[in-house]
Design a protein around this ligand. Sequence first.
Ligand code: NAD
Length: 324
Amino acid sequence: MSGRGTGPQELPPIGLGLWKIDRDRAADVVFEAIRVGYRHVDSACDYGNEVEVGQGIRRAIAAGHCGRDQLWVTSKLWNTYHEPSRVRAACERSLADLGLDHLDLYLVHFPIALEFVPFEERYPPGWVRDPGASPPRMHPIPVPLADTWGAMERLVEAGLVRRVGLSNCPVALIREIAARARIQPAVLQVEMHPFLAQAKLLRFCRESGIAVTAYSPFGAGSYVPLGMATAEDSVLGHPVIREIAVAIGRTPAQVVLRWGIQRGPAVIPKTVRSERLVENLAAVDFALDDPQMRAITALDRHRRFNDAGAFCEGAFGTFFPIFD
Ligand code: NAD
């Protein structure tokens, strides 16, 4: 993977996920993460905490824990800014909030284009056009992803972002974008964990020179509180994971993250707890053997927790499948 200028040339294998980190803790969590060794943070307009994430980054740099050029910062274009004329302002807003002059990676968050919501009306705008409507609904608009991609490419040319990439896209859509692209997608970010191993998608990306970031690397963990998964869906509680963890003296979380990075992708676990920041980062420090890797991969049950085709209807009154 190549990038312009200075900065990390490779996606650091373990990053900090920033979804659902409250604004009042985000600066401290990011500062602590960088202090203990994280060099990759996964931000997004939609997470609503980019101002505080930026404060944490700047505090850590000021304290000498890392230089800007050692830190990989990802952010994401939200669904309401897919019209090509909106893309640059959306990116500049994330940069201003983060207090940075460039991003290492800017992703199209979802292949879903929604009607524009002005910054001054609501930021981040979320999924529904009018939260006060009865019922609130998404307002999809017909913007080809290739047009959005053209505007993403112009961000690279303008020096605002080092690389551009896609998220939540299946192979056919990536092929479509790649076929027309002047600047190829550098990274694909998708849900990936032992219950959704995505072997073919991973192979396609490897053979196409696209790096992969695995989101929700623990599987159900972040979806149980949202009512989108149950305790039975737990990857960390699965007997195979627990047995391997006991056998090698590691925690289930470390085993799952290690499996994740040993297959090639980066992982971006989210936590606000200092001891878990350290625990999760230590997944780089050991290896699983081939039988252990195969046993974990065999847990695949094609279980997708973050499925727009399921959650959009319940949460936002709009049927909107993207993977089916
Ligand atoms: P995750 O898989 O990181 O799981 C988070 C849950 O695991 C939390 O409940 C946390 O308390 C728990 N946890 C963390 N460390 C642990 C440990 N050591 N032991 C036990 N439990 C532990 O879930 P996620 O937040 O959904 O995904 C990670 C990141 O991926 C997000 O924060 C976000 O940055 C990104 N993401 C991107 C998209 C996208 O559409 N591109 C979607 C979802 C998530």
